[in-house]
Write a protein that binds this ligand. Sequence first.
Ligand code: ADP
Ligand code: MG
Ligand code: MG
Length: 705
Amino acid sequence: MGLLTAGRPLTWKDSEPHRQRVKSDGITQFLHAYEKVRDRRRPMLKWGDEVEYALIMIDETSKTARLCVRAPEVIEELQVAEHLQISGESSDIIVETLWRPEYANWMVEGTPGTPYRSFIRDLTLVEKNMALRRAEIQGLLGDNELVLSLTAYPRLGCKQFTDPPKPVYGKYARSFYTSDMHINPHPRFRTLTRNIRLRRGSKVDIHMPLFMDENTPELVPVVCDECDPGCVMPPEEVTIDDHAYQKIEDACGEKKDDVYMDSMAFGMGCSCLQVTLQCTDIGECRHLYDQLHVVAPILLALTAACPAIRGYLLDTDVRWNIIAGSVDDRTPEEAMGKIGKSRYDSIDLYISDRKAMIPDIYNDIPIAVDENAYKRLRDGGVDDLLAQHIAHLFIRDPLVIFEDHLAQDNETDMGHFENIQSTNWNTVRFKPPPPDSDIGWRTEFRSMEVQFTDFENAAFSIFIVLLSRVIIAFDLNLYMPISKVDENMQIAHERNAAESGRFYFRRNIFGEGPHKVPSFVCCCGHVHVPKFSWPSEFDDCGLPAEALELMTLDEIFNGTNLSGPNCNFAFPGFIPLIRTYLHALGTHADNQEIISKIGIYLDFVSDKANGTLWTTAKWMRHFVETHPSYRKDSRVTEEINYDLMQKIDKLSRGEIEIPELVGSYFPKNKAGLNSAAELEKIRQEVGSTDAKLRGASLFDGTIQR
Ligand code: ADP
Ligand code: MG
Ligand code: MG
């Protein structure tokens, strides 16, 4: 979850005199870095995924499956190889996986050891690397412990939802449901928790709609969900606030008509799947940032995996609004006034400087900027849009300031800039290169919910990489007014949006008008000529180029051919576009085998989008609703949850099939892998200079018209 500086964090009060300075130094640092890296070019795609896992403790006697809070010690063991490599103690160590702490003590984050590169053969490494990650975690767990790639634990916040249970109402979160002892011990995390609460002047206040079943009561208790009033977990420190325990007891009598949550752990304790892409240069990076933002709600809906939390079925399918609420540090005045969104939310501004981006049409929501930052950025030679982007990030306060890291060399350090940058958690992130590294400009895609199996997570990661190639190679224009992307974010929350939701989407996604799909030259030296078969003639009915249509995910992914009384409208669909792109690359026989393997992932995504396969949320909801003990009361009981966690575990190991969720794709195509050495061998082949082994390059180079 971003920057993990070690040090002594200041309290919110003590950080007050330093906050402006940190922001001002952050801008100075950005300006120095920008000067050094603005022209940096890295004409080789590099990319990587991030998967967040949850640890679960099974108790067969009591039939419970609770979150296991042993992640910090597991992460320490997982990081041994990396530490040995960094320290130079062991030269033959192979680091194919990297591990990072996340917010909650049940969470582990894993990434590939080195980023993938641009060759199509790299794509065949993704699922194997994910399998290795899962095996490495599993190898450190006890017999009763499971590792699941689970977006939201359905009973997060119920009484005794962790093993061992922890006392609630600690001094950092003051939550009725979660404990400060659930927060990762790195000081950044608890300081964030406390300072968000202090800055906004109250606990975070999250309300999600309750799913109403036949026997669901109109109002549900705020605290005691399965027990008599008064028997919540004991508070951690009754003495910190004389009224603390009383507050919980008062809340016990209270009821609400929605599912209320009151701490950062509800959102930041959820898991997600992210993909970071290195771009050729800053221009491509800005373009991809914009284009991928449009796609963010679409992928959020397709990967939906959060139908329940706090033991209740929700009337929504995704985590986003929960996590946005869980770190919303705005004061009531800010929220009512100039600052429209939480620090964790969709972006407010497109930033590309290309012709296709028409600010007057597309940047249609008011954005607040830090005026001082904006002026300094403009004076420092940063163009208007980029200056607005950075100055918009800088409307936020630094939430964690380390006393021992206040003094930085603003010409070389980026710590104060990163402080603000890494606590703006948006759908996409624009990442400037660290000046002292070899890294290029990067865009991070952040909206996806994590899926149960490596196969699914690999499929969605690969899909995003290939979509990014298509966007660049075919010069796609996905722009729509940014307010419409916000509407799509809310549509993505609707129950079963993947099947029945209709999303705003652009009718004509080709920059140069219908049918003008450009050929492209890649670094293999060949000109690739895509041959595209349209469902029918495109007819824009005289509509402006930027006209939008309401489309289903099936139409957006698989294409559509709508005939109305007055016009035909054909939309090619992401999957056919990607196949066309791969086809254009794959004329060489060596690539065919790899491309047909990749095709299986695309078939899977296509089947998800056309409803043949259910979303994870739909399947989980169905599991709960058809469980023999379900009382049609929207409750995910310990018993239902226990069976659910076991089933997900068996699926992720490839021991069972769940056809509704993964069809016959998995475990049939499961990539097995148990050792880093095995992966290293394959990776060496991929790294080979022999084009036969590594396959064609996905990099597109220039576009020819
Ligand atoms: P975060 O900002 O989310 O903490 P990290 O910098 O830790 O992100 O990296 C996230 C992802 O970026 C990982 O999947 C990693 O493999 C990938 N990555 C690392 N270096 C590069 C690079 N040069 N280009 C593209 N992706 C990279
Ligand atoms: Mg993370
Ligand atoms: Mg990330």
